[in-house]
Design a protein around this ligand. Structure first.
Ligand code: ADP
Length: 395
């Protein structure tokens, strides 16, 4: 594994990130500002982050010796994703590597069953759920909460993969065959009014900060738009979910940025919430903060993992809208640069964030952000830009 880490003069540390995706990539601009050196353990030489971080050795995140060697050059190590195996994390911790979040916290973002058990234990509201090991277990749970219900693989899911709605227990037989001893997570299907997310950061010494609660809009199981702050959100609910996220961060001893994905539901005495899941890293629901907040989630994550004082999480504008750019179907749209002349001329306030990824249909290849006073106008502009980049709008 070839690796060259050049430290900036002046005692600035090296922050290592395992995984070379867009999250690691978007840590680079604030790292430059803070004069930190980033090192990235990348999947390939053309991984999203490897294109912008000079110290990007290529290596497997699940190979202990590779990860060990990578960690040796770093002062602190954090993550672009949640897929580093528990055995590798345990060995690094035993080596004395400064890991953030720590494996004992990260577990609750890696394993949805462990997360449900822990959140329920500390009194944070979740959908009704059960661990199910067989079609019979699922039938029993379904008799209790009703079908259809939602079945999830505890580990390894993303963008709705590993989540399925089942109309009856027998339908899920194939998943039980594959689940082996791990078990599956069954949840009631929540009749939510919308999806929200709370993003918080917490440092090892316990300082914490929360950004405004956002609404996340999903299309076909993928988040396509984030609105900050969530429009017309009940003030008491905003305070409740923010307090719940800070409680989770504190009780689980989370270090770095954590996103809590929520469902807003109509409760008996007004709007209420249940938690969907946790992510312990910068998150798609926080991309708006790059342009829309005083401190972005990427800068905050770097500050938090280094135990530096946290930055101000407030918004810079009344509204910020982030639109995810998904890859289009038409081959001619692989040449994304050709969209710039029209897009940048049409909307000088549009902020582009492309990830340097090959265009594949439906793949998240970037996002755009707009901010200002008029929410309807901002949504229209973000929607136009993402549609144009995807090739579904041609002018
Ligand atoms: P992933 O880990 O792939 O992001 P999630 O657990 O976030 O999976 O689920 C993906 C989507 O499926 C959610 O954004 C939501 O729209 C829907 N979903 C998940 N759990 C439930 C549930 N219990 N009730 C209703 N919808 C759900």
């Amino acid at each position: 594994m070839e690796q060259q880490v050049v430290r900036h003069p002046g005692g600035f540390p090296v922050v290592g990130i395992i995984g070379g995706g867009q999250l690691a990539r978007m840590c680079q601009p604030p790292a430059v500002g803070l004069s930190l050196t980033l090192a990235v353990l990348a999947e390939a030489p053309d991984a999203s982050a490897a294109l912008v971080v000079p110290a990007s050795p290529v290596g497997a995140h699940d190979d202990l010796e590779t990860v060990r060697e990578f960690a040796r050059a770093c002062d602190v190590v954090t993550f672009d994703h949640e897929h580093v195996p528990a055995e590798v994390l345990a060995a690094l911790e035993a080596d004395g590597v400064e890991l953030h979040p720590r494996p004992s916290a990260l577990l609750y973002a890696q394993d949805k069953l462990a997360m449900r058990e822990r959140l329920t234990g500390i009194g944070v509201r979740c959908p009704r759920w059960a661990r199910v090991d067989s079609v019979a277990d699922l039938g029993e749970f379904g008799a209790d909460v009703g079908f259809p219900l939602v079945l999830k693989t505890p580990r390894g899911g993303y963008d709705g993969k590993g989540v399925r709605v089942v109309a009856d227990a027998a339908e899920a037989a194939d998943w039980f065959e594959r689940a082996a001893d791990e078990g599956l997570l069954a949840e009631e299907q929540v009749a939510f009014t919308r999806e929200l997310a709370v993003l918080v950061a917490r440092s090892p010494s316990g300082q914490a900060a929360a950004w405004p609660v956002v609404e996340t809009v999903q299309t076909g199981g993928i988040c396509t738009e984030v609105i900050a702050p969530a429009p017309d959100l009940d003030a008491a609910l905003a305070a409740t979910v923010t307090a719940a996220a800070l409680q989770v961060a504190g009780e689980l001893d989370v270090t770095g940025v954590m996103a809590v994905e929520l469902f807003e539901v109509a409760g008996a005495s007004g709007p209420d919430y249940v938690v969907n899941e946790l992510a312990m890293r910068p998150h798609n629901s926080g991309h708006w903060t790059i342009d829309g907040a005083v401190t972005s989630q990427f800068e905050q994550h770097l500050r938090a993992v280094l135990d530096l004082p946290l930055g101000d999480p407030h918004s810079r504008a009344p509204w910020t809208v982030m639109g995810n750019v998904l890859g289009g179907d038409a081959p001619e749209h692989a040449e994304l640069y050709s969209t710039y002349r029209h897009l940048l001329a049409r909307d000088p306030g549009l902020k582009m964030h492309l990830y340097g990824k090959q265009v594949r249909p439906g793949r998240k290849i970037g996002h755009v952000t707009v901010f200002g006073d008029d929410l309807a106008d901002l949504r229209e502009r973000a929607d136009h830009a993402t549609g144009y980049l995807r090739g579904t709008i041609t002018e």
